[in-house]
Design a protein around this ligand. Structure first.
Ligand SMILES: Cc1ncc(COP(=O)(O)O)c(C=O)c1O
Length: 357
């Protein structure tokens, strides 16, 4: 009988932000991509592989050179790192390793909305506990603790709120919590220094940190991420990956990007400057803007204006941002930090909505 599993037929896939054709003249601030090109060193790495005809061979199966470079940048050991096809794969492999029938996973709500979908793709009879954020949008650590779940997963800084949980509180939670903890640090490079738990994950038996090259390294199109944990935990999860889960070009380009820390710092500080000026201008216009530690802003329009209307009106003007229609998020729009010029377009559109409601 040719039949798919019922769990698969019932599965509702993740809906990513719209990806219009790259030729269209759209101001694209809907998926938290970096507005700047990747490091120029990436082109050199790409050209070298093409010139030498190396793609006829399989890539290094465990991304060894890339792991060496990552280890060097963060002062950790390569045995603490599993390189993956985007951080989405890192998160999914962890879920696959932990979730079984009757297991539980908990997350603050809202957080990265792909977690329940990743858990569903494992197709076991598990339970997902969503713990609402506190009124100030910070995590309700006590309620997360009380879930006693097998795994707690959250993004820090969180998406879509952009808010950072202090490192001390994350580590305090990890110490008290008996299950595994995934701290998804996709946006941590846009937060203040020393906010990451990456080093602590190496010596913890229950903490994992996931990272991505898609945001601060400007390589969303490449699909490279990684998971950090104790040597023992990472060795176990290594068994779950495909033999060649990350391509040769992906490994080499990501390595070139992470090795060019000067360029990384230059584009990151430009994004932080744009974030700061866009945020102040929106506040001056009467919007509520959450204090962002990310490359996006979570913005509530002033009284009398609806987030959903702004999303639709901006879209009509070829400015794409993100709107989530459920829960607390429904009162907010999420705007990715683009270039200064893109920010000015958003601001003048919003000024216009306010002047001509
Ligand atoms: C919080 C969070 N984690 C992970 C990801 C996935 O990143 P990647 O491109 O590395 O799969 C995203 C993507 O937007 C994200 O917002």
């Amino acid at each position: 009988m040719k039949e798919f599993r019922k769990e698969l037929l019932d599965l509702v896939p993740y809906t990513p932000g719209e990806q219009p054709s790259s030729k269209s003249k759209i101001i694209k601030l809907n998926t938290n991509e970096n507005p700047y090109a990747p490091s120029p060193k990436c082109s050199i790495a790409l050209k070298e592989i093409m010139d030498l005809g190396l793609l006829r061979k399989y890539p290094n199966p465990s991304s060894d050179s890339l792991r060496d470079s990552i280890a060097q940048v963060y002062g950790i050991s390569k045995e603490n790192i599993l390189v993956t096809n985007g951080s989405d794969e890192a998160i999914r492999l962890l879920f696959l390793g932990v979730l079984g029938n009757q297991s539980t996973i908990a997350s603050p709500d809202p957080t990265y909305s792909a977690y329940p979908v990743f858990a569903d793709t494992i197709m076991v009879d598990y339970c997902f506990i969503k713990v609402p954020l506190l009124e100030n949008f910070h995590f309700d650590w006590q309620s997360l603790l009380e879930t006693q779940a097998d795994l707690v997963a959250f993004a820090n800084p969180n998406a879509p709120t952009s808010l950072l949980e202090p490192k001390e509180q994350v580590l305090d939670f990890v110490n008290k919590f008996p299950g595994f903890v995934l701290c998804d640090e996709a946006y941590i490079d846009f937060a203040k220094a020393n906010s990451s738990c990456i080093q602590e994950a190496c010596s913890s038996d229950n903490l994992f940190v996931s990272r991505t090259f898609s945001k601060s390294y400007s390589l969303a199109g490449l699909r490279v991420g990684f998971l950090v944990g104790s040597t023992k935990n990472i060795a176990i999860l290594h068994k779950l990956k495909d033999s060649y889960n990350v391509g040769m070009l992906d490994q080499a380009i990501a390595q070139a990007a992470i090795s060019d820390q000067d360029y990384f710092k230059e584009i990151t500080s430009k994004i932080l400057a744009t974030r700061s000026s866009l945020s102040s201008s929106l506040v001056d216009l009467g919007c509520d803007v959450v204090t962002s530690s990310t490359n996006f802003l979570f913005v509530k329009p002033p009284k009398g204006h609806k987030a959903k209307d702004w999303f639709e009106k901006l879209k009509n003007q070829a400015i794409y941002i993100r709107y989530f229609s459920s829960g607390v998020s429904s009162d907010f729009i999420r705007i990715t930090i683009g270039t200064d010029e893109e920010s000015n377009h958003v601001l003048s559109a919003i000024r216009n909505f306010l002047e001509n409601p």
